[in-house]
Design a binder for this molecule. Sequence first.
Ligand SMILES: [Zn+2]
Length: 203
Amino acid sequence: MGDPSQLTRSRETRCDSCTRITPSYDIVNYGSIEGGYRHLCSQCFNKEVAEMAGLTGFENAKFEPVGLVDSTGEVHEFHFRTHLFGTGVALDAFELCGGHPAGYKFQIIGDPEEDLLVLLGRLIEKMRRALSTKHLTDGEHGLQIAEQRVVRGRIEWDDASDGRVPLLVIDGREIGWDEFGRMLMSFEGWQFKLSIADKSEEL
Ligand SMILES: [Zn+2]
């Protein structure tokens, strides 16, 4: 249990401020290498940042999970996390698999003085837009790039390759680099355009 990697992978951590047992995805390691880290839950972290930045208008909010349906009728359950940083507030939505964020992930950045419920509304609109499209379809030769020939996804770390090549998350599902390469080979000789954007940007 002394292995620090075990610690960061555990599902729950005690907040060093309010002492509540908190899911690990909702914990921020706050501090520095020299001074040491404190494990703070999002609520306590936001409170400290708000005090430091002199933000009096910031309302800490904890949102309950929301279920959204994708274009095939499958329900995706999203959890939310709010993090305040100097000039803005980041609202994240993510699915959980075995207690860890996986699948679809979304983020929106707003003004910390703005009503967080309004920000949540904008994030949910963005999620609905994304869930209404599938970029991959199951064809006779396995998974294929869908008719509109546009793929949006996320670049993630792949343990299986030690991070040498990415693991892609497309339509909320994990796609290996080789598998994606195989899908591209249906378009041998065609051109493509690759555009990379921060997770809070609209693609
Ligand atoms: Zn706390």
